[in-house]
Ligand binder design. Structure first.
Ligand SMILES: Cc1ncc(COP(=O)(O)O)c(C=O)c1O
Length: 471
């Protein structure tokens, strides 16, 4: 403020050649008047003048800030309402989608320059590239040597469904579902495959079903990390090593970010578009020796399309797991996956990738801890995903709204930051409770998440003010 008035003094003195007394009259009198007014008026006129001079946009909502002090002359300094200003710095990378997820740090389209485009995927060098992707998967994910790894059609969904269609029905099955993707596999098994002996163990968004109820004499289908609720199984301790049934695990948003215990998993599926920041289109199907044994010993009485068929004459088609893919793959996608996995190896392998996701999650968790308008959808701390972090807006003014209005509010927060190029695609999944879903896998930088959180506070405050103004 002193600088402001000093500047005025210089201008007036140079341009109008005024003396000190007239300057005092011009400058001091209005200040005295404003000060007197300031004590009588409910709003702070000096603050209004100063804030209107600020270059950045000021919220209509005056959110109290812990260190805020009233801007005024005289009287005791009070904690008060300070306008919410937009943060100065945006995340360097605004991509926070939960699939396809952010590319790895440093990625450019140039990494695809060596892709074997325009060549047959059956050509020797193309098969070598596909095999390299398989071997990198084994190295990086620490997949046991006797497990098969195949690149299959139709992304993660293709990988899950080809096993469900090929192998379920040999014994009863327990289906675990606590969010929409798990629920999708239940629909497959009950309504499409129409299997007789199906038990469904469900939990609402934010929770896990009672894992103690699972019967491992049966086959078990579950999603390791529920991408749309941000709830994951904390470990594989609930799965016995000596089980009769097969465990079939959709690990698409867990692989490369959470510890998958392969000794407890017979079938693991994922797609590159999640924690690797790769491209969609192809799925990865990993089979334990027991899963292969099932495929070779059980022939379900139902038609299987060509892209689901993994056996011929009762034997596994080994070629599928040795770069001879069922149908044509994209060499661009293969190249991109190789690049992502090489990056994973370079930064220190699986542990380093998991550590990055954990550190990213911590940035968000620390912010949630000190922010009263937001809360985790996942109730239990040990079940919270370190990749798809799902958050609910719990401010009483918002929770008082009906469900549609709450959803519209969350969407407006997302849209506001999207429009400014601050953050993209971080709204909750269409079938999940309204809120935010922020990807925190290892391809995201912790620093970008740290830069995002003040923007979230700002966007929330702006939208809440807009809501109030519209009421
Ligand atoms: C847990 C889970 N399963 C399956 C899918 C479907 O994956 P894709 O689109 O790669 O088939 C997703 C995608 O978000 C997912 O999160």
């Amino acid at each position: 403020m002193y600088a402001f008035f000093g500047h005025l003094y210089d201008i007036f003195q140079s341009q109008h050649n005024l003396n000190v007394r007239s300057i005092c009259g011009l400058v001091v009198m209005p200040v005295v008047l404003l000060t007197l007014l300031h004590r009588r008026l409910p709003h702070d006129p000096i603050e209004s003048i100063l804030t209107s001079l600020l270059p950045r946009r000021i919220s209509r909502l005056r959110t109290p800030r812990p260190n805020a002090r009233r801007i005024g002359l005289g009287g005791p300094l009070k904690m008060a309402e300070t306008p919410q200003t937009a943060p100065a710095v945006k995340p360097a990378n605004p991509n926070f989608s939960s699939g396809p997820c952010s590319k790895r740090p440093g990625w450019t389209i140039d990494v695809l320059a060596g892709a074997l485009t325009g060549r047959s995927h059956r050509a020797k060098p193309a098969k070598a590239r596909i095999q390299e992707a398989i071997e990198l998967t084994r190295t990086l994910l620490e997949v046991p040597a006797d497990y098969r790894i195949g690149i299959v059609p139709a992304s993660d969904t293709g990988a899950v469904e080809m096993f469900l269609w090929s192998a379920l029905g040999a014994r009863g099955v327990d289906m675990l579902a606590w969010e929409s993707f798990g629920a999708g596999w239940v629909t497959d098994v009950q309504k499409q495959l129409k299997l007789d002996d199906v038990r469904v163990l469900e939990a609402p968004y934010g929770e896990l079903p009672d894992l103690n109820q699972v019967d491992f004499n049966r086959d078990v289908v579950f999603t390791w990390n529920g991408t749309t609720s941000g709830v994951r199984v904390p470990n594989a301790d609930w799965i016995p090593a000596d089980r009769e049934g097969l465990t079939i695990c959709d690990a698409t948003s867990a692989a490369f970010a959470q510890k998958l215990d392969f000794s407890k998993l017979d079938v693991v599926t994922f797609s590159w578009q999640k924690a690797l920041g790769g491209e969609a289109a192809h799925g990865i199907l990993i089979l334990s020796p027991r899963a292969v044994e099932r495929l070779e010993s059980y022939k379900p009485d139902r038609p299987l399309p060509k892209i689901f068929r993994m056996t011929k004459g009762g034997k596994l088609i080994e070629g599928i797991f040795k770069a001879e893919t069922i149908n044509t793959v994209s060499m661009l996608c293969i190249e991109d996956a190789i690049d992502a996995m090489k990056w994973g190896v370079e930064i220190g392998g699986l542990q380093a990738m998991q550590a990055r996701a954990d550190a990213n999650f911590k940035v968000l968790a620390d912010w949630v801890e000190k922010t009263d308008w937001v809360a985790f959808l996942a109730k239990n701390a040990d079940q919270r995903s370190n990749t798809s972090v799902c958050l609910s807006i719990v401010d009483p003014a918002i929770t008082a709204l009906d469900a549609d209005a709450q959803a519209a509010f969350a969407k407006a927060v997302v849209a506001r930051l999207d429009k400014l190029g601050v953050a993209y695609d971080f709204g909750s999944y269409k079938d999940a409770p309204a809120g935010l879903r922020i990807w925190a896998g290892s391809t995201v930088e912790a620093d970008d998440l740290a830069k995002l959180t003040p923007w979230l506070d700002w966007a929330f405050a702006e939208e809440k003010a807009a809501l109030k103004a519209a009421a």
